[in-house]
Design a protein. Structure first.
Length: 255
């Protein structure tokens, strides 16, 4: 999907918008009757179109930022849930507690790999390892929970349930992207704006060179929005700092 490659998306948008401006300047402008006085009406339409484009870009940027913040917050919640479950494992029998703590240490490493992975086949391996660890953790709790159905054991089970739910919420947040329809509408408005710009531009070389400004600015906006919206593409990612800190705290310190 091109939205996972912000640089390619930006280049494609820039080329498309330059062609749109050229079409307005070279094709539509040549058919305009010089005797017609449409400067006032045209200026009003152009200003309204550019204003709408700016609003749509701002709205899309806000959508991308909110999704990025959601992914960051859920990473923190996931680390807190795992840390709580690790502490509550002390309430289990010694053998089961040691087993749960060992599984949670591996689980933290797998979750960090999920955040740091840039996609590809390794995502399938990470998902398989994560599912196995979740199944092992739940299986390990089933025996003690069935043998001792107490309030204390319910607390341990709830902590583990929070760990499993946190992973599901995180995955849902990573799937929650800007809708394709929003991208399409933003692109259509950008094309219309550049066609109007070309149509109203004078035929001098200096004026024609100015037609590159709006396509460049809009393509950079597309680049930034796509980079923030893509969990794995581009350069702006959620760094699992909380999971890293948790993993370091769970490792035994050297004497």
């Amino acid at each position: 999907m091109i939205f996972d490659y912000p640089i390619l998306l930006s280049i494609a948008v820039f080329v498309l918008l330059v062609l749109s401006a050229w079409f307005g300047a070279a094709v539509l402008s040549s058919r305009r009757d010089p005797a017609e006085d449409i400067d006032d009406d045209f200026g009003m339409i152009l200003a309204a179109t550019l204003t709408l484009l700016g609003l749509i870009i701002g709205f899309s940027f806000s959508m991308a930022i909110s999704r990025y913040d959601q992914r960051k917050n859920l990473e923190e919640e996931e680390a807190n849930a795992i840390g709580t479950a690790y502490v509550r494992a002390d309430l289990l029998p010694a053998a089961d507690a040691a087993r749960v703590r060992a599984l949670l240490k591996d689980y933290v490493d797998v979750r960090m790999e999920f955040y740091l992975s840039r996609g590809g086949e390794d995502l399938g391996n990470i998902a398989a390892r994560r599912a196995k660890l979740q199944a092992d953790l739940w299986t390990t709790l089933q025996g003690p929970a069935a043998a001792q159905p107490t309030a204390v054991m319910a607390l341990v089970v709830k902590g583990m349930n929070d760990v499993l739910n946190a992973q599901g919420y995180t995955q849902a947040a990573w799937w929650n992207r800007i809708p394709h329809a929003a991208w399409l509408l933003m692109l259509i408005i950008a094309i219309c704006s550049n066609v109007l710009l070309g149509y109203g531009t004078h035929r001098t070389k200096a004026a024609r060179r100015l037609l590159l400004v709006i396509p460049l600015v809009v393509s950079i906006s597309f680049l930034l929005i796509a980079d923030i919206d893509s969990p794995r593409g581009g350069v702006i990612h959620v760094n699992p700092l909380n999971l890293k800190r948790l993993a370091d705290s769970l490792r035994p310190t050297s004497p």
